[in-house]
Design a protein. Structure first.
Length: 463
């Protein structure tokens, strides 16, 4: 018996399984079993299962298996087709390549004795906002597996929340009415960011039964084995926040800062610190301690309410908060307690860093304004890349006296101002050169016209 299968189904299935499991946990074989709706592809990975049900283009076929390498080999991004025929313990795969018929015999290694976990009797449906939240939560989960439960994502059924934490940052998003009341710990997986799933359907179904968390999108089902352990409570962070200073971040400021955090000085230092200052404005500084210089981003459209604050944070955690849409962050002005951030149905917690901010030598502070129309420079210490010059009165202030403008006559003009002047001079010089070239070309045309006129007169004299 034989049938025709779309090679794109092989490709989609291979991509989904590769994102579901780690490379070391990919299946040795894939089973193919006829079902009432077509042909069921099934892959058993270590702690995970994925199935894809595809309609048969034509014909019937007996159950068979293929090596994982064959599934990868016959996958194609376009809708090309192959004929499959089971011949005893082998599978004959036939196709046409550049008009030439080809056939390959692949051994069928026998169906696995593993059984598919039963589907949950109760599921709930969501938009892909659920997977978006899980992608964000994965960025805050423990990555070194020191605390196994923290390497997972918690579905807190009682509070309708998705939660993750590594002990230094915590992500919480509300609004998911799960079909269970207890905590369910789901492993982190790349499949939640898969574009293939978003191409298949618009609805995500979630449920749990036995040892697995069940997900369904269109004709794809996948199950992840639950993680054993207890997940910490998170409501303690929202207590005793009276007297906090609240930073309100403008969305355009958030984008400007997020794009530049990783190129602020000090990225390679331990904990990648940046320093937030809330005092007569909102600033974020990165320091190059080797040369005692700093670069400061001033958030022009953002503001704060409450007492002044100066605090150090890991820039990766701050970037996560900005990228997650956290637009309101609370600081305890009297103690280094965790920061509390709020966004659209989201709560984000950051543990601050210990230590004081390094000193900066006079004239070694570079200032960027968040309303400057500039592309992201490849290296922020080279401000000549900035498209819009920063006024010298704002770019040449020392960290010890913010309001005192540095005297240019004393040789303390900012590098940025010098670069802008050089660029202006070069442009003026280029304009003068262009004018000179045009003048020379015009003179040449006049000389040629004069020569032609003289030659014509000479010819007339000889007539």
């Amino acid at each position: 018996m034989k049938t025709i299968i779309n090679r794109f189904d092989f490709y989609r299935f291979e991509r989904l399984v590769s994102k579901l499991a780690k490379t070391s946990e990919l299946p040795a074989t894939v089973s193919f079993v006829p079902s009432s709706d077509g042909l069921l592809f099934t892959a058993f990975c270590n702690g995970a299962v994925l199935t894809l049900n595809t309609p048969l283009v034509d014909g019937n076929i007996a159950p068979f298996t293929l090596p994982w390498s064959a599934v990868k080999e016959f996958g194609a991004k376009k809708n090309h087709y192959v004929d499959l025929e089971v011949k005893g313990k082998d599978v004959a795969i036939s196709w046409t390549e550049n008009g030439i018929p080809r056939t390959k015999i692949v051994p069928s290694l026998g169906l696995t004795e593993k059984r598919l976990p039963s589907k949950p009797t109760k599921t709930a449906s969501y938009s892909f906002q659920l997977f978006d939240a899980m992608v964000d939560a994965a960025k805050c989960a423990e990555t070194e597996n020191k605390r196994f439960a923290l390497a997972s994502i918690c579905f807190r059924g009682a509070n309708s929340q998705i939660i993750s934490t590594d002990g230094r940052q915590a992500f919480i998003q509300d609004g998911f009415d799960f079909p269970f009341d207890n905590d369910v710990l789901c492993p982190v997986s790349k499949i939640f960011a898969s574009k293939e799933l978003r191409e298949i359907g618009e609805t995500v179904k979630v449920g749990t039964d036995g040892d697995y968390v069940y997900f369904n999108v269109g004709n794809v089902n996948f199950l992840l084995q639950k993680v054993d352990g207890r997940f910490p409570l998170m409501d303690q962070f929202t207590k005793d926040i009276d007297g906090y200073t609240w930073l309100n971040i403008d969305p355009t400021d958030a984008i400007f800062v997020s794009e530049r955090l990783n190129i602020l000085p000090g990225k390679d230092k331990f904990n990648s610190p940046v320093y937030i200052g809330l005092n007569d404005g909102v600033v974020i500084r990165g320091h190059d301690t080797a040369i005692q210089s700093a670069t400061e981003i001033r958030l022009v459209k953002s503001h704060y309410d409450g007492a002044s604050v100066k605090m150090s944070l890991n820039r990766d955690y701050l970037k996560n908060a900005l990228d997650f849409g956290i637009n309101r962050i609370g600081f305890n002005p009297t103690d280094t307690t965790p920061l509390i951030g709020y966004g659209d149905n989201k709560l984000f917690v950051i543990m601050p860093l210990e230590g004081t901010e390094p000193e900066v030598e006079n004239g070694k502070l570079t200032v960027l304004l968040s309303n400057a129309k500039a592309s992201v420079p490849s290296k922020i210490e080279r401000p000549v890349k900035t498209a819009k010059p920063i006024p010298v009165t704002q770019a040449c202030r020392s960290t010890r006296s913010r309001s005192k403008v540095v005297d240019k006559s004393k040789g303390k003009v900012a590098v940025l101002d010098d670069a802008v002047k050089l660029r202006t001079n070069l442009r003026e010089t280029l304009g003068s050169v262009n004018d000179l070239i045009r003048s020379i070309k015009s003179q040449r045309r006049q000389d040629k016209l004069l020569r032609d006129t003289v030659n014509s007169l000479r010819k007339l004299q000889n007539v």
